[in-house]
Ligand binder design. Sequence first.
Ligand code: PHE
Length: 324
Amino acid sequence: MNPTVSEVEKEAQAQLKDIGSREDLEAFRIAYLGKKGKLGELMARLKTLSAEERRDWGREVNRLKGYLEESLRTLCESLPDASTSEGNFDETLPGIRPAVGKLHPISQTIREICRIFGRMGFAVVEGPEVETEFYNFTALNISLDHASRDSFDTFYTDSGSLLRSQTSTVQIRVMEKNDPPLRIIAPGRVYRPDTVDASHSFMFHQIEGLMVDDKTNFSELKGVLYWFLRELFGSSTKIRFRPHFFPFTEPSVEVDIQWGDKGWLEILGAGFVNPKVFEAVGYDTKKVRGFAFGLGVERIAMLRLGIPDIRYFYENDLRFLRQF
Ligand code: PHE
């Protein structure tokens, strides 16, 4: 016996009550609305009916179809989503925090130093790490047979270029292209023929500064460095200037800060730009004067952050890096 529309409807209503999961719902949908489903069977019977009967039959089947589709939609919304572990989703649990990276302590220190000099009007300039002998030595008044060249001779390429041993090279490049007045600082990597230990590395970071105009004097050099060091290490930091020698500055100094019971610690080199350096870049030595300074970023970061060994910076150990 073929069931009538209302028989199918009653049967469906009874089954709808028992649906408790998405799988039940899908099985129901296939049984009634699927290709070979019960509704299709009802529709197929149209052709066995007379023209009059057809109209009523068709209307009834369509009504039932609408009712079933609507029931399915409502149930679908009220049933738990399979992807939230069968409804055990607890929205009060804390979320999963995405891992957010941060800057390496060396980068943090470079940014901090650049920020301080930026407030004094110094622009940040970068230059190449592979340099010619002209920029690394000759223009800086370091002659071929100069004693200080031994500690600066780094890794040469076949074409005679070398890894720069100081970022003073950038000062030469800037002066070649620009006329004074100038105020720049040059952060970057430098290379030295040093044996690695707790305080030395064959590669480290430097920041060098240069200020050139027609009237700058030694008090200004002292003023700039005092302000910088007190911004960095605290306003009560004690600072000392000691005479020193650098081929590219004359007179030259080394600057120390007092560091707890460790006494005086050398923190940077500085001096008035040697006229020979101005000659190398084509400046008129009678009209321009300026000062330069250079410091090691690692040394400053180690002091400020209390890091005992320079090698920690380069080992990429997250247990170390996460502390800063
Ligand atoms: N270039 C020097 C060094 O690497 C530092 C320095 C820079 C000294 C500029 C004086 C002037 O040690």
